[in-house]
Design a protein around this ligand. Structure first.
Ligand SMILES: Nc1ncnc2c1ncn2[C@@H]1O[C@H](COP(=O)(O)OP(=O)(O)OP(=O)(O)O)[C@@H](O)[C@H]1O
Ligand SMILES: [Mg+2]
Length: 481
């Protein structure tokens, strides 16, 4: 946590403001002054102070009222109250209302030093506690997070446990939406690097020209527009874990550079000549057959073997259907809790539909299907009808007359889906409906172009990176012809 830098002083007495401001400024703090409670309150609302020190008796809003407001709006702001000796009762009251400390007027300037000292230490401790809490939370959530009791998933847990303690490189492979990122995080949070950064970079989502400096950083003036030195992901992840997502999309020349970093354990920023040592654990992931890319000379063999020290292969959901009921219960619980609504249940026939579906988008698609059903259904018990789209896809049947226009078909279908929904204000319907139009459209064009993303993006009239992102988000399974 940062040391204190910004202080607000509020007192209606001008001499007091002057003395305090001078004392703080001499110590190098930046000080703002307020002449009464009202002004103090608005300044507190508009700025992030590290410490506020004010008189308990001020015209307008009193110090005590101000404390109440701060507790409502800026809980983390530390407040020191000044009182006249005669009003010790007020000091007690102030402490009860959340003041961090109080001083009595008149005071010696040593008292100010002591306060600053104490406040700094308190902030440091508070910072450590928050960090620990955050870590514990993340760790706890993770252990809850990866769901599945199939033999293949149990094997995955075992591997995570075995590799976590060491620094070996892990390559996570699996179709889109199978939980690769989840596994990468689990490796990090169960390792000795817990508490150090976990930095992820999606190699497919970043244009080639930017990817290099994103990874390795750049010096000021390395290329037009680089006005500042930039730390690359390797440096950002120092002592922690770097997650190289979609590594299969890494351009060949950058593959060579990555390999060099892995071998030498140092990076050179673009436009720089200094070798900077980095201590980073690598977890890479891909939804492509990497070994196939090696055969086609699109992926360096030496890098492949460097990354693939320990492979973790995530099996498609349709090949471990026994995990589906567990995942359904888990997502129902989590989604309803997040939305703060009573927990919905899944009827037997709905569960049968979910277990029979092929889930090309794997766990992500399942999660989205449940979210959609929870939002759209007004019932506490979800029925097969709430997952109607899935039946249609797995059954392959189409409904509606041949001559109806797409818009008419969508219109009819939408009305029947949204019918009977009482709460239409939950705020996700737009995205959800669009997804259901986008997914078949993109899949269709990809099939037509024989899964050539460059051509497909051209025909669709969207950027290639946008297309890749959509394919991931929508859980479209990439095939080869
Ligand atoms: N076993 C699982 N248990 C609980 N949630 C899961 C599981 N697997 C995946 N998820 C959830 O599904 C979603 C997709 O997971 P994740 O992003 O890790 O997949 P991915 O394999 O990285 O996908 P992509 O290849 O598209 O990037 C996330 O919301 C994740 O929390
Ligand atoms: Mg991912």
């Amino acid at each position: 946590m940062m040391p204190i830098t910004r202080i607000l002083v509020a007192d209606d007495e001008e001499s007091m403001r002057w003395v305090l401001s001078k004392a703080f400024k001499r110590k190098g703090f930046s000080v703002d002054l307020a002449i009464d409670g009202r002004q103090a309150l608005s300044m507190i609302q508009d700025n992030n102070y590290d410490l506020a020190i004010f008189d308990i008796k001020m015209p307008g809003i009193s110090g005590l009222e101000l404390l109440d407001k701060i507790r409502e709006q800026k809980k983390e702001l530390l407040v020191v109250i000044m009182t006249a000796e005669a009003s010790m009762k007020n000091a007690v009251e102030a402490m009860k209302r959340g003041a961090y400390d109080y001083i009595t007027k008149p005071f010696d300037l040593d008292v100010i030093d002591a306060i600053i000292e104490k406040v700094s230490r308190a902030r440091e401790v508070a910072g450590q506690v928050t960090m620990l809490k955050q870590e514990l939370k993340e760790r706890y959530q993770l252990e809850k997070n990866i769901i599945g009791n199939s033999a293949v998933m149990r094997e995955v847990y075992k591997t995570i446990g075995k590799v976590a303690a060491s620094d070996v490189t892990v390559l996570v492979q699996g179709e889109s939406g199978t939980g690769k990122e989840l596994v990468a995080r689990a490796v990090h949070f169960n390792s000795g690097r817990l508490g150090k950064p976990f930095v992820a970079i999606n190699c497919a989502a970043i244009p080639r020209e930017l990817l290099e400096s994103e990874l390795f950083g750049s010096e000021k003036g390395a290329f037009t527009g680089s006005v500042e030195r930039k730390l690359g992901k390797f440096e950002q992840a120092n002592h922690g874990t770097l997650f190289l997502d979609e590594i299969g999309d890494m351009p060949l020349d950058l593959q060579a550079k990555i390999l060099r970093v892995l071998q030498e354990r140092e990076v050179t920023r673009t436009g720089g000549n200094q070798n900077i040592p980095v201590d980073v654990r690598i977890v890479a992931a891909t939804n492509q057959e990497l070994i196939e890319k090696v055969r086609q000379k699109e992926f360096r063999e030496d890098l492949y073997y460097r990354l693939n020290v320990v492979p973790i292969n995530l099996v498609a959901l349709r090949e471990r259907r026994e995990d589906i009921p567990l995942l359904v219960q888990y997502f129902l619980g989590r989604i309803c809790a997040e939305m703060d609504i009573p927990r919905k249940q899944c009827s037997d026939d709905a569960m049968a539909v979910l277990c029979a579906y092929s889930w090309p988008g794997n766990v992500r698609e399942l999660e989205n299907a449940i979210k959609r059903a929870v939002i759209l259904s007004s019932d506490l018990l979800l029925s097969a009808g709430d997952f109607a789209g899935l039946e249609a896809v797995s059954g392959g049947q189409t409904s509606g007359s041949q001559d109806a226009s797409l818009e008419e078909l969508v219109d009819t279908k939408l009305r029947s889906c949204l019918n009977g929904v009482e709460q239409l204000e939950k705020g996700e319907i737009y995205t959800m409906v669009l997804e259901q139009v986008e997914r078949p459209l993109i899949r269709f064009i990809l099939e037509k172009t024989r899964w050539n993303q460059v051509k497909a993006a051209d025909i669709l009239g969207i950027n290639r990176n946008t297309l890749r992102k959509k394919i991931n988000e929508l859980g479209i399974e990439m095939k080869r012809d």
